[in-house]
Write a protein that binds this ligand. Structure first.
Ligand code: PGA
Length: 256
């Protein structure tokens, strides 16, 4: 049986201005190989989405938004809606731990955003994960279940195939302390069994689940080889051309 297509998402966070993002995209497209078994997505600053959507070769790469507001339009100063992003991006992150912890994004917010993304034909990437304290207190499984149940509450079983789940332990993001493959495998199992509980056995197997947190070109293959891991959400390493192209190659090897 052929392995499921792998999904690699590079999250550039608040790095690279529009000019730098454009230059990096140019270099990335020149350096990367296209593989039919790997989907590659970049997540630049909101400012760069419009110009990059004109520049990008959509056969090679897709665009994602880092954040958006769940209402489609209205008097909400400073926000950008999924309706405004529609047509520009294929994916959008929802509930990244930096949004949850720095901006107090709640589970209810993630639920509204998942709905807004689906309504606007954008694939939401729902990020979930426990803090260090929660892991120490053995609350990891409860946190994952709560964030899944809360974020997916209004999603139908038809829609769940259009949702991506990213397991990102908070303590592993941007710290260099990546989670052990053993812990990731256990967390992914919890995620898939919760999906089975909510949407049935078939969806538990078919939903796309990623790992993210301090991934490097050296560690990528260890996670891609795990049962139930369909790809990676890469932060820091996605800003380094060689690292990122090497992670894409590892995903291709894992998918073969
Ligand atoms: P990191 O970020 O790879 O730099 O840890 C991952 C993320 O925030 O998605």
């Amino acid at each position: 049986m052929a392995a499921q297509k792998k999904l690699i998402i590079g999250n550039w966070k608040m790095n690279l201005n529009v000019q730098e993002a454009s230059t990096y995209l140019h270099k990335l497209e020149a350096a990367m190989k296209v593989h039919r078994d790997v989907t590659v997505v970049i997540t630049p600053t909101m400012l760069a989405l419009q110009p990059l959507s004109l520049q990008i070769n959509r056969h090679k790469l897709k665009l994602a938004a880092q954040n958006f507001h769940w209402r489609d339009f209205g008097a909400i100063t400073g926000e950008v809606s999924a309706t405004q992003l529609r047509g520009l991006v294929t994916y959008a992150l929802v509930g990244h731990s930096e949004r949850r912890h720095m901006f107090g994004e709640s589970t209810k917010d993630t639920r509204e955003k998942v709905q807004a993304a689906l309504r606007n034909h954008i694939t939401p990437v729902l990020c979930i994960g426990e803090t260090k304290a929660e892991r120490t207190n053995e609350e990891t499984n409860d946190v994952l279940r709560d964030q899944l149940v809360g974020g997916l509450a209004n999603v139908t079983s038809e829609e769940v195939d259009q949702v991506v789940i990213a397991y990102e332990p908070v303590w592993a993001i941007g710290t260099g302390n990546n989670a052990s493959p053993h812990d990731v495998e256990a967390a992914i199992l919890t995620i898939r069994s919760q999906i089975r509980h909510l949407f049935g056995r078939d969806k538990a197997a078919s939903v796309t689940v990623l790992y993210g947190g301090s991934i490097t070109a050296d560690s990528a293959a260890d996670y891609l080889a795990l049962r139930g891991v369909d790809g990676l959400l890469v932060g820091g390493a996605s800003l380094k051309l060689h690292e990122f192209t090497s992670i894409i190659e590892k995903a291709h090897s894992a998918a073969e």
